[in-house]
Design a protein around this ligand. Structure first.
Ligand SMILES: Nc1nc2c(ncn2[C@@H]2O[C@H](COP(=O)(O)OP(=O)(O)OP(=O)(O)O)[C@@H](O)[C@H]2O)c(=O)[nH]1
Ligand SMILES: [Mg+2]
Length: 441
């Protein structure tokens, strides 16, 4: 079996953990104790990807939870699924990194690294054939961002042949009022260009807009955002968890989605969109799912795909659907749409069907896009970074933890180079006439 070890770091990472594992347990028919209560064999077939089977025949998530402050982990332990997790996989410090990347990377966070490494080694030793690591964290704070960066770099050193995949929550002023988040984000992102192989950008800005505009929630809270994140993570990991051909493990995902090593920042999307307490607001059909997948209001990063070029894309449909209908509509989008797809990567839009729909739905779909329009998100963050840095604002919090000013410029430049690289692959959209011709056909 091809196992994955999952890390949840910091407040955000551990809050998302609660939703994610609840979702996964539900899909694989595990109760809150990790006992299998299903009727069929299918949910068990690849359960080893995310779970270890304990001697008492229950399944234990192969996950490690760490935070510099104890409260988040205590909360997770006391949650409905709290006793599912092994007590040995919880690692805490005494006080938070105070939204300071440098405290997570250089000082306080670094002190937890040994424990994290030990715990990882134990888990890896228990694996038959580890495929890689997944990290769930936010990049706006101190622990998930700073310790997360440090952990990714350490994993790359110790396990160079394994794949590192992150689910990274990008900060937005719509959700958080902490001013130094652009600093923390640029530091984390600039390291992740090398230390992560695949990054799913979960942008609080876009998630907030989905809640407020599409789901019409009057005051979206973090649980609402996390519900969307968990749905996307379940959809993305569905191809690892159920038998199938497309992107069936982390390496295949890498091969299909990353044409250039550094350009591995993906925009996920899901359809239909549902709130955590509400049924999906209408029945869907395949054409509608496809339409929604490609629309910017369903994407979980605030960027407009019309403004960029798709380098690669993958859509995973769930439910009992006809392959032909799905293929027809997917290729229809390519032809009839104003969207532009990279001309020099043939077959860069892939789709697959998993027979098992998410609980309570007839059909659903998840989208993963590697699009040059992700630069809109990077520009937003570097813009905020630049404004503060030119004024030398809040620098002492970082220099006090051992950073020097040169590092600020260096990391800002790394991210700007990445943006330029993406821009280099942007192509002009299809000419107006060809679009109209295709529609008439
Ligand atoms: N979507 C989502 N975002 C969150 C959540 N919790 C925090 N955030 C965002 O994450 C950023 C702050 O990071 P945290 O995860 O709270 O920080 P941390 O990793 O615990 O680090 P320190 O508290 O500084 O030690 C802000 O941008 C928040 O908006 C959550 O549950 N869901
Ligand atoms: Mg915290």
């Amino acid at each position: 079996m091809r196992e994955i070890v999952v890390f949840h770091l910091g407040q955000c990472g551990n809050r998302v953990a609660e939703n994610f594992w609840e979702y996964i347990c539900d899909e694989h028919c595990l109760n809150t104790q990790g006992q299998f209560v299903g009727q069929h064999y299918l949910p068990l077939q690849r359960i080893n990807v995310y779970f270890d089977e304990s001697p008492c025949c229950n399944f234990v998530p192969r996950a490690i939870f760490a935070d510099l402050e104890p409260s988040t982990l205590n909360y997770l332990r006391c949650s409905q699924y709290g006793c599912l997790f092994s007590p040995e996989s919880f690692i805490t410090g005494k006080t938070s990194a105070g939204n300071n990347w440098a405290r997570g990377y250089h000082t306080e966070g670094a002190e937890l690294l040994d424990q994290l490494e030990d715990c990882t080694r134990r888990m890896v030793e228990g694996c038959d054939c580890l495929q890689g690591f997944q990290l769930v964290h936010s990049i706006g704070g101190g622990t998930g961002s700073g310790l997360g960066t440090l952990l990714l770099e350490t994993l790359k050193d110790h396990y160079p042949s394994k794949i590192t995949n992150t689910f990274s929550v990008i900060p937005s002023p719509k959700v958080s009022e902490v001013v130094v988040e652009p600093y923390n984000s640029v530091f984390a992102l600039s390291s992740m260009i090398r230390s992560s192989d695949e990054t799913f950008c979960l942008d609080n800005e876009a998630l907030y807009d989905i809640c407020a505009k599409t789901l019409r929630l009057p005051v979206p809270d973090l649980d609402d955002l996390n519900h969307l994140i968990a749905s996307a993570m379940a959809g993305i990991t569905c191809s690892f968890r159920y038998p199938g051909q497309l992107n069936s493990d982390l390496r295949k995902l890498l091969t299909n989605m990353v044409p250039y090593r550094r350009l591995h920042f993906f925009v996920p999307g899901i359809a239909p969109l549902c709130g955590r307490d509400s049924e999906c607001y209408r029945q869907t059909t395949v054409p509608e799912l496809v339409y929604q997948l490609f629309s910017s209001s369903n994407l979980m990063a605030a960027c407009d795909p019309l403004a960029g070029t798709f380098l690669t894309a993958a859509a995973i449909f769930r439910g009992r659907l006809s392959t032909r209908t799905v293929e027809e509509h997917m290729s229809g989008v390519r032809l009839k749409n104003q969207l532009s797809f990279s001309g020099f990567i043939p077959n860069n839009v892939k789709s697959a069907i998993c027979d098992v729909p998410p609980r309570g739905m007839k059909m659903a779909a998840t989208f993963i896009a590697n699009t040059t329009s992700i630069t809109q998100l990077f520009r937003r963050i570097t813009g905020q970074f630049g404004t503060m840095y030119r004024q030398r604002a809040f620098l002492h919090w970082y220099t006090g933890e051992g950073m020097d000013e040169g590092e600020f410029t260096e990391m800002e430049n790394k991210l700007s180079e990445l943006v330029e690289e993406y821009d280099g692959y942007r192509e002009e959209g299809p000419a107006k006439e060809t679009v109209e011709d295709d529609v008439e056909e």
